[in-house]
Design a protein. Structure first.
Ligand SMILES: C[S@@+](CC[C@H](N)C(=O)[O-])C[C@H]1O[C@@H](n2cnc3c(N)ncnc32)[C@H](O)[C@@H]1O
Length: 217
């Protein structure tokens, strides 16, 4: 429930910032696309391990990816489910995007070992900035519900152990690297956040098969 005098947290794929990015074409040059390795004609499968307000997932699905969203907060999961339903009913274009999105409720640390995708994205709640006015209101509302994600290192370790070829961590531009997580392969800076990209070593099984089922020579 919203605190007195404060608006309630809302997830909106039809209007708002998400809709704006799509309408103006700004989505096509978004740094997240580069970080995930998306390119025209390259439809990736992506697991968004921290779905939150679903904006990153929606952007990726709108650009052609098939996205599995994982959210552990029951309240946020309900908001996401309702927003997906609303977008599905809004127009055939939005329904086509939503058809590429699958929402799961649960803890990604437990679900990731059961899933497989090209890319896993992780965007935990970022450390609070000293100038709290700079934190967008919707992030403050989200933090009131989900807290601070103190187990984000464990989540990153689960992501790095998952069956995927790339992990992307969204993190504040100038923040220290997460303790207990290996160095990223490279970083892609945005205006206020950066994307730490971890290219995964190719997994080869005892029978010379790779994680994707193909055989090594
Ligand atoms: C910063 S928000 C993500 C915002 C999202 N990238 C977006 O575009 O709206 C982080 C979200 O991840 C969720 N979360 C954190 N750790 C999680 C975990 N281990 N499993 C599932 N969800 C998790 C939190 O409940 C919160 O809703």
């Amino acid at each position: 429930m919203a605190k007195a005098g404060r608006p309630a947290l809302a997830v909106d794929f039809v209007g708002g910032a998400t809709g704006y990015k799509l309408r103006t074409g700004a989505a096509r040059s978004h740094a997240l696309l580069k970080a995930t390795g998306m390119a025209p004609g390259r439809a990736l499968t992506i697991i968004d391990a921290t779905a939150g307000l679903g904006r990153d997932s929606f952007l990726l699905a709108a650009m052609g990816a098939t996205v599995t969203l994982i959210e552990r907060s029951p309240q946020v999961h309900v908001l996401l489910a309702e927003a997906l339903d609303a977008a599905r009913a809004e127009s055939p274009e939005l329904a086509a995007i939503v058809a590429r999105m699958t929402l799961l409720h649960g803890d990604a640390r437990e679900l990731l070992p059961t899933l497989q995708a090209d890319v896993v994205t992780v965007d935990p709640m970022h450390p609070e900035r000293t100038k709290t006015a700079l934190v967008k209101q919707e992030m403050r509302l989200l933090r009131d519900i989900v807290g601070t994600d103190p187990d984000m290192t464990e989540l990153m370790q689960a992501a790095l152990a998952a069956r995927c070829s790339r992990v992307v961590l969204k993190w504040p531009l100038r923040a220290e690297a997460l303790q207990g997580v290996r160095k990223p392969s490279h970083q892609i800076p945005g205006k206020t956040v950066r994307y730490d990209v971890f290219v995964q070593p190719r997994l080869v099984g005892p029978d010379n098969s790779r994680a994707d089922g193909s055989l090594t020579s």
